[in-house]
Design a protein around this ligand. Structure first.
Ligand code: SAM
Length: 273
């Protein structure tokens, strides 16, 4: 396997750093704990380092891989498993409902391309209602942003979206030495449990996404100033006793959800801000 990885022309543009250490892949899959009746989607299986640990559980497995060269390898390696299927696709174009329509059913796993981590996480969260849980390996700094608490410098869009619909936790860290080629950064594994969401939810998820993006794009500015971009702050202020001198980074996730739900009524056209 190591020889195969060393002779493969890895594409940096696809974030290709392959795991070769079976201690790490086994530990990762053990943390995930696949069961026979699980519906598992793996993002970017590569040469199948995690796949080979997942399939023996009997889970209903679908791999989503963008590199055609690897599709050939994966089909060859896993064709004996009846629970294996692979699709040649950019994960960000996947409609998860094509794999399962059942709410809270899908388990997502992957050692993902680091340069598009945020975009992969946001794609998954757009379909959060289908998800049971998700475990992704990513750059450690990004993992720290996902789990950051309000008031901390890493707190931002990734933390708020993650904690609105799930409970994220760093479950392990991974050194560069277990990959070929070696990445220049440390890695960490984050697990999101979608059964643990905030007690109140965004009234309109599309508006909420725009709201969070807008306030955190200027995270040092007072809400009073950033909210101007979205609607009538003066009228909102008259009718609500909310301190708009605060900065977004000081607000907890539930405060942001509540604020967004209230502010929606003060936008020109609620959904199409
Ligand atoms: N899971 C394998 C492992 O751990 O050895 C490979 C991990 S490598 C960091 C990322 C994998 O994601 C590569 O196989 C790459 O081709 C694939 N990939 C990159 N962009 C993708 C995308 N947008 N959708 C699906 N797969 C992608």
């Amino acid at each position: 396997m190591i020889q195969k990885l060393q002779s493969f022309k890895a594409r940096k543009s696809l974030g290709q750093n392959f795991l070769f250490d079976t201690n790490i892949t086994r530990k990762t899959v053990d943390l995930f704990g696949p069961q026979a009746d699980d519906i598992v989607i793996e993002i970017g299986p590569g040469f199948g380092a995690l796949t080979e640990m997942l399939l023996p559980s009997g889970c209903k497995y679908t791999g989503i891989e963008i590199d055609e060269r690897l599709i050939v390898e994966l089909e060859k390696k896993f064709k004996k498993f009846k629970n294996f299927s692979i699709r040649h696709l950019d994960f960000r174009k996947l409609n998860i409902e094509e794999i399962s329509k059942k709410k809270g059913s899908v388990r997502l796993i992957g050692n993902i391309p680091y340069h598009i981590t945020s975009s992969i996480i946001f794609t998954a969260f757009e379909q959060h209602f289908l998800m049971k849980d998700m475990m992704l390996m990513m750059q450690k700094e990004v993992a720290e942003r996902v789990v950051a608490e309000h008031g901390k410098k890493d707190y931002g869009i990734l933390s708020v979206i993650s904690k609105t619909y799930a409970h994220p936790k760093i479950v392990s860290t991974v050194p560069p030495s277990v990959f070929i080629p070696k990445p220049e950064v440390d890695s960490a594994i984050v697990h999101w449990d979608f059964s643990q969401k905030q007690e109140r939810q965004p009234a309109d998820p599309d508006f909420f996404r725009i709201f969070v993006r807008t306030i955190f794009n200027q995270r040092r500015k007072m809400l009073r100033n950033t909210l101007k971009k979205l609607g009538d702050v003066a009228l909102f202020n008259e009718e609500n006793e909310i301190d708009l001198q605060r900065r977004p980074e000081a607000l907890s996730v539930i405060e942001i959800i509540d604020l967004s739900n209230k502010f929606m009524a003060f936008t020109p056209e609620e959904k199409s801000v």
